[in-house]
Ligand binder design. Structure first.
Ligand SMILES: Nc1ncnc2c1ncn2[C@@H]1O[C@H](COP(=O)(O)OP(=O)(O)OP(=O)(O)O)[C@@H](O)[C@H]1O
Length: 909
C-alpha cells in the first residue's frame, strides 16, 4: 500500500511537473528560442527545440540541394552453374570485381571484341554465398533504416534465369531477402506494436490514428461480420490453413535501438506491373465469382476467370508516387505477412519459358510500410495527432528478366510480355543514364520516369531521398555472355547515380521519455492491488489510500457483547492509523512542497536563463542589424565601383568605335588614292605604250626606207654607190671587205644601209658659239644631280619653240623624259641641226641623242654616264640610223611633228 501511495504521488508529481514543463516550453517555443532544461527526476539533460518532430515522409519535390548524397549501391550475385561441366564466361577476381571473357560463339566475339572486360561493384557474391550472408550484407541495413523511419529500395536486376527470384524469395528452408526482412522487423518490434486498427490507411498514401477503444470496436465489428469486409485483413483462418503445411525457417536477427515510447504497426502491399499495367495482387476475389480455374492466370482471361482490375498511379500531397486503391494489410507477425505474400504470389504471372521453368513475366513490388507514432504523455495510448505519425517504407522489387526472344523461343503472349519487359527495363536504363548525366555534367535533361510504370513509381527514390540498393544477378553461363555484358555495363552506370541521404524523423516532441515503462509499472501495481487490469488512474474509483479494514458490524446480537468497546478499539485503531496517515501526508506534503519549491526555483532559473537568452538574442539582432547596414554600404560601394567600371568600359568602347571608324575612313581614302594612282598609271602606261609603238613603227619605217635606198643603190645608181664623203669612206674602213660588200648587196642587212645624215654635220656643236634652241617641255623634271647633260654654253630654253625661234638658230635640242619600270627617270636629249629649206622655212635634222639616267645606288652602279654613243661598241652608223628622224615644223603649227629623215631628203616646211 505504501508503495502504491508512493507511486501515486510520484505519478501525480510527474504529471504536475510535465504540465508545468509543457507550459514553460510552450512559452519558450512561442518566443522561438532553444534552451536546455533539466529533466525533473532523472536529471537528464534534454535539448528542446522550438519545432516539433515531423514525419520523414514529407519528402520535398525537388532534389535536396544541400543534402549529403550517397551513390546507389550495386551488388552482384553470381549464381551456380546449372550444368557443372558447362562453359562459363566470367571469373570473380576479388570481392568487388568480376571479369567477363567473350566466348567464341558470342556476338561480341564475332564482331571483333575479344578483350576481357572488368566490372567493379560494391561487393560481388560468389555462387557459394548463402542467403543469410546475402541478406545481412545487402538488406539488413535497410531494415534498420526502416525501423528508424527512413525509406529504402532494393531491386533485383538481371537477365532471365539469373537468380533474381531466388535471391528475393528463396525457399522455405532457406529464405531470401523478403521473408528475412519480415522476420527481422517483427523480431525487433516485439511488444512495441500498436493494437490492430489504431492506425488506418487513409487511402491517399497517409495514415489515420484512432483511440484504442475505437480500434477495439472496429475489431469486434470485423470479427462479428467477416463477410462484409472487402479489404483483406490479417490472413484468415482459411488462408492460414492453406499454407499451414509450409514450415519456414525464420531469421532470428533482432535489431535494437527502437524508440520505446513509440507505437508501431506494419502494413504490407503487393503489386505487379505486367505489360505496363499495375495490378494489386492482394485484391480479394468477389464472392459471386467462382473460378473454375485456379487463380494463376496466363494471358487473357476467359469468361469464368477472375481478372484483376488494373490500378493507377497517383501523387500524394507530399509529391510521393503511390498506387491508388490497393489493399494494404496490417500484419502483426512475420508469418502473417509471409502468408499475405504467398497469397499475392499465387496471383502473379509466372510462365514456363525455354530458359526458366518458372519465369516471372512481370515486375513485382512488395511494399513494407512501418507506421510509428509517439505515446501520449500518460504513456498509455498513441498520441491522437495525425501529424506525429511517421511512415517509412521498404520496397522490395523483383524485376522481370530481360531476355532475347530468339533465345527464349517465345511467341504470342510471351513475346508481347517480353517486349514490354524489355521496354520497361530500357526505360529504367534511360532514366538512370540521364540522371547520371544530369548529376555529373550539370545537364538539365528531363528524366523520362513517366515512360514506364516501374520508373514512374520509384521516381521519388531517385529524385527525393532514401537508400537504393541494386542486386545484379548473373548467370556465369557462356551462352548468356552478350546479355550479361549489357547488364553489367548498366549496373556500373547505376553506381554513379547519387541519391540524397535519408534523414530520420525527430520524435522529441517534448514529452517525458520512459512513459511506456512508467505506465506499465503502474498497471502492474494496480493489478497487484486487485485493481482492474488496464484501468487508468482517473477511471479507478477505488480509493488508493484506506484507513484500514471496514467498520465492524454494530448490530448487537449478544447483550454481553461489548460492541462499544470493540467500536472504540476500532476507532482508536482507525484514529491511530489516520494519525499515521495524516503525519505521512503532512510529511509528503512537505516533501512535495519542497519539491514544488525546487521546481519553482528551477522554473525561475529557466526564466532567468530565458531572459538572458532573450538579451543575447537582442544582442545578436543588433549585431545582425549592424552587419546588415555594413553589407548595405559595401553593396552601395560595390555598385558605385561597378558603375565607374561600366562608364569606363562604355567610354573605351566608344573610343574604340571611333578608331575603327577612322581606320575605315582611312582605308577608303587609301583605296581611292590607290584607285586614282592606278588609273593615272594606266593612263601613263597607255601613253608610253603608244609612244613606244610609234617609235618602233618609225624605226620600222626607217629600216624600210633604208632598205629602199639600198635597193636603189644596188639597182644601178652608181652615183650613190661611189658617192660618200670622206667620213663615209673612213667609216667604211671598219666595214667588211668588197667581197663582203658584194655579198652584202645581195642580201643587205639593215645595219649596213647608207647613213641618213651626212657625217660632217655630226660634229659636236656644244663647243660652237651659236645659240642653241633648248626645247624643254613644261613637264620636264629637274634631275637635280651633280652631273648635268653636256650641252651648249649658249642656249635659249623654250617650252614650246616657234618657227621664229628656229629661224634664228641652226642648232636645236629637245629634252624628253621617261620613267622606266623600276621607277627611274631617263632623260633623253635629242640634238639636231636646223637647216634652211628652199621655200624659206626651216627643217630640223636630228643628229645626236644623249641619255641621262638616274638610279638607286643599290640597284645600279653609281655611274652617271653620258649616253651618247653608249660606248658599247656600237658603230657610229648605228647612231646615225638612230637619229635619222626628226621633227618637222610647219607654219601655223605650234608643235613640230616627228618624221623620218634621210640624208638625201630634207623635211620641208
Ligand atoms: N544462387 C543460387 N543458388 C541456387 N540456385 C539458384 C541460385 N540462383 C538461381 N537458382 C535457381 O535457378 C532457377 C532460376 O532462378 P530464378 O527463377 O530466381 O531466376 P530469375 O532471374 O528470377 O528468372 P526470371 O527473370 O525468368 O524470373 C531457380 O530454380 C533457382 O532455384
Amino acid at each position: 500500500m505504501y508503495h502504491i501511495c508512493k507511486l501515486h504521488t510520484i505519478f501525480t508529481t510527474l504529471r504536475y511537473y510535465e504540465k508545468l514543463q509543457t507550459e514553460v516550453l510552450t512559452r519558450v517555443q512561442q518566443q522561438g528560442l532553444q534552451f536546455k532544461t533539466l529533466s525533473n527526476s532523472s536529471q537528464i539533460l534534454v535539448t528542446m527545440k522550438p519545432t516539433r518532430g515531423k514525419t520523414p515522409k514529407k519528402t520535398p519535390r525537388k532534389v535536396n540541394v544541400n543534402k549529403t548524397k550517397d551513390p546507389v549501391e550495386v551488388y552482384s550475385r553470381v549464381r551456380p552453374l546449372e550444368d557443372p561441366n558447362g562453359s562459363i564466361c566470367m571469373k570473380i577476381t576479388n570481392s568487388t570485381t568480376v571479369q567477363l571473357t567473350p566466348p567464341e560463339n558470342s556476338h561480341a566475339y564475332k564482331n571483333g571484341h575479344y578483350k576481357e572486360s572488368t566490372h567493379t561493384f560494391k561487393y560481388v557474391f560468389g555462387p557459394e554465398t548463402s542467403q543469410k550472408a546475402m541478406f545481412d550484407h545487402v538488406a539488413l541495413p535497410l531494415v534498420e533504416d526502416l525501423l528508424h523511419g527512413k525509406n529504402g529500395l532494393i531491386f533485383m536486376y538481371g537477365i532471365t534465369n539469373s537468380g533474381k527470384t531466388h535471391t528475393m524469395q528463396g525457399s522455405m528452408q532457406d529464405s531470401g531477402v523478403l521473408p528475412r526482412c519480415l522476420d527481422v522487423i517483427f523480431n525487433s518490434l516485439g511488444d512495441l506494436q500498436a493494437k490492430k486498427y489504431v492506425f488506418k490507411p487513409d487511402r491517399s498514401n497517409g495514415m489515420d490514428v484512432q483511440t484504442e477503444a475505437d480500434a477495439m470496436m472496429e475489431r469486434q465489428k470485423k470479427e462479428l461480420m467477416p463477410f462484409t469486409q472487402r479489404t483483406p485483413s490479417t490472413p484468415r483462418r482459411k488462408d492460414k490453413d492453406d499454407f499451414s503445411n509450409m514450415v519456414r525457417v525464420p531469421d532470428t536477427t533482432r535489431l535494437s535501438g527502437l524508440i520505446e515510447d513509440n507505437m508501431y504497426s506494419v502494413f504490407v502491399s503487393y503489386i505487379e506491373i505486367y505489360n505496363n499495367y499495375i495490378y494489386d495482387l492482394l485484391e480479394e476475389m468477389p464472392e459471386t465469382i467462382t473460378p473454375k480455374k485456379p487463380y494463376r492466370l496466363f494471358g487473357m482471361a476467359s469468361d469464368n476467370q477472375w481478372t484483376l482490375p488494373s490500378k493507377s498511379l497517383r501523387e500524394d500531397s507530399n509529391h510521393n508516387m503511390y498506387v491508388a486503391n490497393i489493399n494494404e494489410v496490417e500484419v502483426k507477425s512475420a508469418d502473417d505477412a509471409f502468408i499475405v505474400f504467398l497469397k499475392g504470389q499465387k496471383q502473379r504471372k509466372v510462365a514456363h519459358t525455354k530458359l526458366n521453368t518458372e519465369s516471372s513475366r512481370s515486375h513485382s513490388v512488395f511494399n513494407i510500410r512501418l507506421v510509428q507514432a509517439p505515446l501520449d504523455p500518460a504513456g498509455e495510448e498513441v498520441l491522437q495527432d495525425k501529424n506525429e505519425i511517421c511512415l517509412s517504407q521498404l520496397s522490395l522489387v523483383d524485376l522481370a528478366g530481360s531476355e532475347r526472344t530468339h533465345r527464349t523461343k517465345t511467341s504470342g503472349d510471351r513475346l508481347r510480355e517480353a517486349g514490354n519487359i524489355n521496354a520497361s527495363l530500357m526505360t529504367l536504363r534511360t532514366c538512370i543514364e540521364i540522371l547520371r548525366e544530369n548529376q555529373t555534367n550539370g545537364a538539365n535533361k528531363i528524366v523520362p520516369y513517366r515512360d514506364s510504370k516501374i520508373t514512374h513509381l520509384f521516381k521519388n527514390y531517385f529524385d527525393g531521398e532514401g537508400k537504393v540498393r541494386m542486386v545484379v544477378c548473373v548467370n556465369p553461363k557462356a551462352a548468356d555472355y552478350d546479355e550479361t555484358t549489357h547488364v553489367m555495363r548498366f549496373a556500373e552506370v547505376t553506381q554513379e547515380v547519387q541519391i540524397a541521404r535519408p534523414t530520420g524523423p525527430k520524435f522529441d516532441i517534448g514529452l517525458t521519455p520512459g512513459r511506456r515503462k512508467a505506465h506499465q509499472m503502474y498497471r502492474k501495481m494496480l493489478e497487484q492491488e486487485g485493481g482492474t487490469p488496464g484501468a487508468n488512474l482517473a477511471q479507478t474509483n477505488r480509493p488508493i489510500i484506506t484507513l484500514g479494514p471496514p467498520f465492524p458490524c454494530l448490530q448487537m446480537n449478544d447483550p454481553n457483547e461489548d460492541v462499544i468497546a470493540n467500536l472504540l478499539a476500532f476507532l482508536v485503531e482507525r484514529e491511530k492509523r489516520r494519525n499515521i496517515l495524516e503525519s505521512e501526508r503532512l510529511r509528503k506534503e512537505e516533501a512535495f512542497r519542497a519539491r514544488l519549491q525546487d521546481f519553482e526555483k528551477e522554473a525561475e532559473a529557466v526564466k532567468a536563463e530565458n531572459r538572458d537568452l532573450k538579451k543575447e538574442v537582442e544582442r545578436y539582432k543588433k549585431k545582425l542589424k549592424l552587419h546588415d547596414s555594413e553589407k548595405e554600404s559595401i553593396n552601395r560601394e560595390h555598385a558605385g565601383v561597378l558603375r565607374e567600371i561600366n562608364n569606363e568600359l562604355s567610354n573605351k568602347d566608344k573610343q574604340l568605335q571611333k578608331e575603327i571608324q577612322e581606320k575605315e575612313k582611312l582605308r577608303l581614302a587609301l583605296k581611292g588614292v590607290q584607285q586614282s594612282e592606278k588609273e593615272r598609271w594606266e593612263k601613263e602606261m597607255g601613253k608610253r605604250v603608244m609612244a613606244n609603238k610609234m617609235e618602233y613603227e618609225n624605226r620600222l619605217w626607217v629600216k624600210n626606207a633604208q632598205l629602199d635606198q639600198l635597193k636603189q643603190i644596188v639597182c644601178g645608181n652608181g652615183e650613190v654607190e661611189g658617192a660618200g664623203d670622206r667620213d663615209d669612206v673612213e667609216m667604211e674602213e671598219d666595214k667588211p671587205k668588197p667581197t663582203q660588200v658584194l655579198n652584202r648587196s645581195q642580201s643587205p642587212p639593215p645595219k649596213r644601209t647608207a647613213p641618213p645624215v651626212k657625217i660632217r654635220h655630226r660634229r659636236s656643236r656644244s663647243t660652237s658659239n651659236t645659240v642653241w634652241v633648248d626645247h624643254k617641255p613644261v613637264s620636264t623634271l629637274d634631275t637635280e644631280t651633280i652631273l648635268q647633260p653636256v650641252g651648249p654654253k649658249k642656249k635659249k630654253t623654250v617650252n614650246n619653240p616657234s618657227v621664229k625661234d628656229l629661224k634664228k638658230t641652226d642648232n636645236y635640242m629637245v629634252t624628253h623624259q621617261e620613267e622606266d619600270s623600276k621607277g627611274e627617270v631617263e632623260t633623253k636629249i635629242y640634238k639636231a641641226e636646223v637647216l634652211p629649206t628652199r621655200g624659206g622655212g626651216r627643217a630640223v635634222q636630228f643628229t645626236d641623242v644623249e641619255k641621262l639616267k638616274t638610279g638607286s645606288p643599290t640597284n645600279s652602279p653609281p655611274s652617271r654616264k653620258r649616253k651618247s654613243d653608249e660606248g658599247d661598241g656600237r658603230s657610229p652608223r648605228e647612231v646615225e640610223a638612230r637619229c635619222s628622224y626628226g621633227y618637222e615644223s610647219k607654219a601655223g603649227q605650234t608643235q613640230p611633228s616627228v618624221n623620218h629623215t634621210v640624208p638625201s631628203k630634207k623635211f620641208r616646211k
